[in-house]
Ligand binder design. Sequence first.
Ligand SMILES: CC(C)(COP(=O)(O)OP(=O)(O)OC[C@H]1O[C@@H](n2cnc3c(N)ncnc32)[C@H](O)[C@@H]1OP(=O)(O)O)[C@@H](O)C(=O)NCCC(=O)NCCS
Length: 167
Amino acid sequence: MNIRPARVGDVPAIQELIRTFADRKLMIRRSLGELYESIREFLVATDDNGQIIGCVALHVFWEDLAELKCLAVSEHAHGRGVGRALLDSCWEASRLLEIKTVFTLTYVADFFEKCGYHRIEKADLPHKIWNECVRCPLFPNCNEIALIRSVATEWQTVNGELATTSV
Ligand SMILES: CC(C)(COP(=O)(O)OP(=O)(O)OC[C@H]1O[C@@H](n2cnc3c(N)ncnc32)[C@H](O)[C@@H]1OP(=O)(O)O)[C@@H](O)C(=O)NCCC(=O)NCCS
C-alpha cells in the first residue's frame, strides 16, 4: 500500500469509491466539480497495482482547525490498516500545516477512537463548520458523532467556539 497526494486523474475513482458508501447513506455523495475543486485536500491509498483503495480529505477551516472528511476504504481492502494509515497521514499533513486540532463528523466513532480521536459534543464545534451540514438532506436530524484529535492536552469551549491549548 502507498499513500500519496491525489491527482486530478484520481477524481473518477475517488467519486466512485465515495458513491459506494453514499448509496448506503454512510457518506455524503460528492460531485465531480466538488472533487476537482478540492483535489489538493485529498490523499489516496493505492495498492501494489496503483489502484485506488482509499481516500481521505483534510479541509482547513481556520488557523487552528481542520476537518477530516471523505474517508473511505474499498470494501475488499477493509481490515488491513488502510483506514488507520490514511488517518495517520492526514494527521501528519495537519501537523505540517501547523493545524492544532482536527475534527470529524462520522458514524464510525469507534474506528476513530481506535485511531487517537476523542468524542466531543457536536454543539462544541465552532458555528462556522455548519455551512456544509445545512446543505445535507439529513440536516438537522443526522446521528453523526463529533470527534477531535488535538495537539492540545486539553480543549475547552469559549463563547461557543472550540479553543485549544498547545503542549
Ligand atoms: C471505517 C473505514 C474507513 C475503516 O477502514 P479500514 O481500512 O477497514 O480500517 P483499519 O483496518 O485501518 O482499522 C483500524 C482499526 O479500527 C478497527 N475498525 C475498523 N473499522 C471499524 C468500525 N467500523 N468500527 C470499529 N472499529 C473499526 C479495526 O478493527 C482496527 O482495529 P485494531 O487496530 O484494534 O485491529 C472503512 O470501514 C470504510 O471505508 N467504511 C465506509 C465509509 C465510512 O464509513 N467512512 C467514514 C466516513 S467519516
